[in-house]
Design a protein around this ligand. Structure first.
Ligand code: EPU
Length: 339
């Protein structure tokens, strides 16, 4: 089924809850509908933006093209062995519902990614991650539709070129594809990841062999609820900036000056810093500019206090980035897509 609309508000299609309009909006439930839609418009007019749950987007102006909203549903086990399950999931499925489904089955792999807003189709695009796990760890392959030709192509893990909040769909292939479905490999008897400090603290008293997939998922949900605002209550797009990655050499003087600075060592003599800590240290937590504010429990999250425009949120983010650059010499990059 296809649903075509013209000149509509995008307010309920972005979790920041900001006002913006799109010239055309199309949602569809099958690949054939999407293909017909693509092929019925002139190639020169194929200005498309694919949206999932709108949880990683900041609209700062109206959109003069087609917004494509994937509503392809379905979860199907395609292969099952004594230890593993392969599951193919429609790109329009809600990510958090999908994770809950796997947790209920007691399958290992996605429990640390519980309660992340957005859709399954968007998950590989920015390689979502939390609490020491990224979706790439369970990823097998995806099928995507080319937005110019309407043809389907399969991408395996290597071809997706996953990195920290990155894939080929944010790089060389940006804007060219719509993810139709994703296949994940889950374990029936796997390993639980509780190295992340708040999780370790949560399970302090409990022997490791007594922690279940379900208990870990619940712990993740509790931690998220305590730090991250619910978009239904207060508009936001999760972490606004990426955690910056710098060289060990550039990190040394920072560590001398700020001995408590949290960091995470990466390969190739690189270090990942916590943007939230840098912003917090600079006194931004809880601060507001007009209707845009820095969340009072997690400084990496910018929130809409009620009636913020996208531009207001952008201005706040620019002021923060400039301040961080002046104080620490580090250029923060947005994690959300700014349009
Ligand atoms: N911190 C502060 N003050 C703050 C926020 C953080 O001092 O206001 C410090 C914390 O104490 C901690 C460090 O910064 O030492 C890291 O903070 P936290 O563990 O909360 O995680 P994060 O680095 O801010 C990242 C992801 C989140 C993900 C969490 C948990 C990015 C951009 N963000 O946040 O992902 O849930 O780790 O794994 O990588 C998202 O992408 O939208 C998102 C929420």
């Amino acid at each position: 089924m296809i649903n075509l609309l013209e000149n509509i508000s995008l307010k309920k299609f972005n979790t920041f809850g900001v006002e913006a309009r799109t010239r055309y909006f199309a949602s569809f439930t099958t690949y054939d509908d999407l293909k017909n839609l693509i092929l019925s418009s002139h190639p020169a007019e194929r200005q498309h933006l694919v949206i999932g749950g709108g949880s990683n987007l900041l609209f700062t102006k109206d959109f003069d093209g087609w917004i494509l909203h994937n509503e392809i549903k379905g979860m199907k086990v395609t292969k099952e062995t004594a230890n593993e399950v392969f599951i193919k999931v429609g790109g329009g499925e809600n990510w958090s519902d999908f994770v809950d489904f796997t947790v209920e089955k007691d399958w290992y792999g996605l429990e640390n990614l519980s309660l992340i807003p957005g859709t399954v189709g968007a998950a590989p695009v920015q390689n979502i991650g939390a609490y020491g796990v990224e979706q790439k760890d369970a990823f097998v392959s995806l099928e995507a539709c080319n937005l110019i030709t309407g043809k389907i192509c399969q991408f395996n893990k290597l071809e997706c070129d996953f990195g920290y909040r990155h894939s080929i769909f944010k790089g060389d292939e940006k804007g060219k594809w719509m993810v139709l479905n994703v296949t994940y490999r889950l374990q029936k008897n796997g390993e639980l990841h509780i190295d992340y400090t708040p999780l370790k603290k949560f399970f302090q008293e409990k022997p490791f062999n007594q922690i279940s997939v379900k208990a870990l998922s619940e712990a993740v949900k509790n931690i998220r609820r305590s730090k991250l605002p619910d978009p239904e209550v207060m508009g936001n797009g999760g972490s606004f900036f990426k955690n910056p990655i710098i060289t060990k050499k550039a990190f040394q003087p920072l560590q001398e000056k700020y001995p408590d600075i949290p960091f995470y060592e990466l390969k190739d003599n690189k270090v990942k810093l916590a943007a939230g800590w840098l912003i917090d240290q600079s006194g931004w937590k809880g601060k507001s500019m007009g209707q845009a504010a820095v969340h009072d429990k997690q400084a990496l999250v910018l929130v809409n206090l009620g009636n913020a425009s996208g531009l207001e949120i952008l201005e706040l983010s620019n002021a923060i980035a400039e301040d961080i650059y002046n104080k620490f010499g580090i250029q923060l990059e947005p994690e959300v897509l700014i349009l």
